[in-house]
Design a protein. Structure first.
Ligand code: SF4
Length: 255
């Protein structure tokens, strides 16, 4: 789809590229040296209401879904912990081996750290991840009757589970819209599409929760993640091929 010109596109190409480099982060020194640049790097507001943007995304990705494989809340909890700094594809290669070796919460709670580390090694940060999933399994056995709780407040008390992971579990394993999952893709897309100027994930989530109805929160994250992985990548946003370029205030920052 050809890119319609927006006010952002009217900038000189060199200025535009400099102002909105994908994934750019202001350092203290650069911000201090060029105070105006900080303002220029902030995308303008979306050209369309959030509800219309949602429908546009839904039309593009009607089957958007969690791309981690799981067959129970516990498996999703483990897979989500393993997905930190790792691709879902890699996690999906590791979890079948892990769950074959430790098919129940109780068996994983009793697992030896080094055995789990060996299985999940390729997901990175494997020592901390092994520690977290064994400790989480132990806490579920000791304090929750061997089941994953379905409330945010309880989930975030478990080892290895923060608000983002809890939102993933609630939205996808329990169909509970308690919040919006703000991962790296959701954060990036929210900014580029002009939904918010916030960068802190907690603040981004609060903005998104105000802009979209509760029953759309889980799907919204899937839609943004799908578009972020397939088109609006961090380092190479494919603006020239993007179906949202006509309404995106950041159109033109990429190839
Ligand atoms: S790829 Fe699409 S959504 Fe991403 S910055 Fe470019 S036009 Fe906007």
């Amino acid at each position: 789809m050809p890119i319609k010109k927006t006010s952002t596109n009217k900038q000189a190409p060199s200025t535009r590229r400099k102002a909105q480099a994908p994934g750019a982060r202001l350092t203290m020194s650069s911000a201090a040296a060029t105070p105006r640049a900080k303002v220029a790097r902030r995308p303008k507001r979306s050209a369309i209401p959030p509800a219309v943007l949602y429908e546009r995304l839904l039309a593009l990705y009607p089957d958007a879904h969690c791309e981690l494989d799981f067959s129970s809340p516990f498996q999703l909890a483990v897979a989500t912990i393993l997905s930190a700094q790792c691709t879902d594809k890699r996690v999906n290669m590791v979890t079948p081996v892990l769950f074959q070796r430790y098919p129940t919460i109780e068996s994983l709670a009793r697992a030896r750290q080094e055995d789990v580390e060996e299985i999940i090694k390729s997901t990175g940060f494997f020592r901390n991840k092994a520690k977290s999933i064994i400790a989480m399994a132990g806490a579920l056995v000791e304090k929750h009757g061997g089941a994953v709780p379905s409330t945010l407040d309880t989930l975030v008390t478990l080892p290895g589970i923060g608000r983002k992971t809890a939102n993933v579990i609630l939205g996808n394993a329990f169909s509970v819209n308690e919040g919006v999952v703000v991962d790296t893709h959701v954060g990036r897309l929210s900014t580029r599409l002009g939904l918010t100027r916030e960068i802190d994930p907690i603040k981004v989530e609060q903005v998104l929760m105000r802009q979209f109805p509760r029953d759309r929160w889980t799907m919204l994250a899937h839609l943004l993640i799908f578009h972020g992985r397939r088109v609006c990548e961090a380092k190479k946003p494919r603006c020239s091929q993007c179906a949202l370029a006509d309404v995106c205030p950041s159109a033109g920052i990429g190839i």
